[in-house]
Design a protein around this ligand. Sequence first.
Ligand code: SIN
Length: 490
Amino acid sequence: MTLSLVRCDLIRRQNLINGKWTDASTGGRYAVSNPATGAVLAEVPDSGPADARAAADAAYRALPAWRENLPRERAALLKRWHALILANADDLAKLISLEQGKPLAEGRGEVAYGASYVDWFAGEATRVYGDLIPQQQPGKRMSAIKEPIGVVAAITPWNFPLAMIVRKIAPALAVGCTVVAKPAEDTPLTALALAALAVDAGVPPGVLNVITASRSLGIDAVAQWLADDRVRKITFTGSTAVGMHLARESADTLKKLSLELGGNAPFIVFDDADLDAAVAGLMAAKFRNGGQTCVCPNRVYVQAGIYDRFAAELAERAGALKVGPATDPVAQIGPMINARAIEKITRHVEDALHHGAQVLTGGKPLRQLGAHYFAPTVLVHASEQMLLNREETFGPVIALFRFETEEHVVRQANDTPFGLAAYFYTQDMRRAERVARRLEAGVVGVNEGAVSSEAAPFGGVKASGYGREGSKYGLDDFLSIKYVCQGGLD
Ligand code: SIN
């Protein structure tokens, strides 16, 4: 698969600032490569603080007019963008797969998933209600109205190059905010193609600005936004360490933040679970995007009574997964994003083996396929001292912990600084209600491994961050509430 699209003009190699495609002010560029082969796909601007400032200038200038548009006009723009995303789904899926590595079918799934957020927020744009507060004193009317917070900076990860950026841009534009965005260094091409489609949809100059940057210059570009008073909000998906940095560094300008950070999701299978459904749910949740998803189960607890049967069935299914590049139509797992990812996964598996784990299937990089492939892996006899118990592996590795009691496993599941997703399988309805309540997570799957939806609030607790994306709550992070007290009315 080469970088050729039906619409070649979706391959953009410049920043979008104030409605114009521009190079980085220094003229610098960096290479974006295909993780399947290492081949360079394109070079894009290596933007620094001057470009970030220019983007913020444009977004700030565009704000007064954009926020004055009627909600239904903003909704109409989002609907046009949504239609264009769907009309160009094949090209976008190809770009996603080329720069991120996921199989083409998953790339298509991501386009549909991401587009659903645009559609959702087009609908929500016209439903931003305030309140008329019941009268407290004669002659006074008190109301609460919701207003766009202002310029929003969206900083997005590489694992879902389309879905993560649209689910930040769409609600921001829906409520009347303007946006400056920086996609991850590894996957800028999808974001630039989306920006091109937004221009086609009629987004006014300055309302959406996208700059690309390498890891090192990107830090300086974002620092510029963090220090800029006019940028009122940061919305970020990525690691907890970076989320904490953004929170600290934006303190001087007191920005509103939504942070969707790392997870360490537990997946619990009780003895009374439907075993086939639990295996299928785990396969779907864990191997989505090759395990490179924040809500992927990272610690799998199986109750002693079904541990061996569950492990055998899981190993058989995981061992049968087809690994290969996005060009291979039967591939179910693509390459990992880069060499650092392979190094971390290998370190986690070696550490687990050192602490007594056994491999039922996989366990190794697949060097014969290329530098970035890792075999779908099932390990048994996982224990608390293993690295994979504490850190997100972010790869196709399942480690099975054995447990005896509900009380103990809920304590173990919660024994982590993180709290993004948690899953469990049981057929006992009372247990279902009780465990869902006790798990410390922002998202809980009960007898279900596929939890993500544009209609549901997505986000974490504890070190997994704060703020919610999607659903009717997804607008709140982009709004501020103004209280208006009108007197002299009698
Ligand atoms: C993520 O990995 O951060 C997002 C996954 C999802 O939206 O399901």
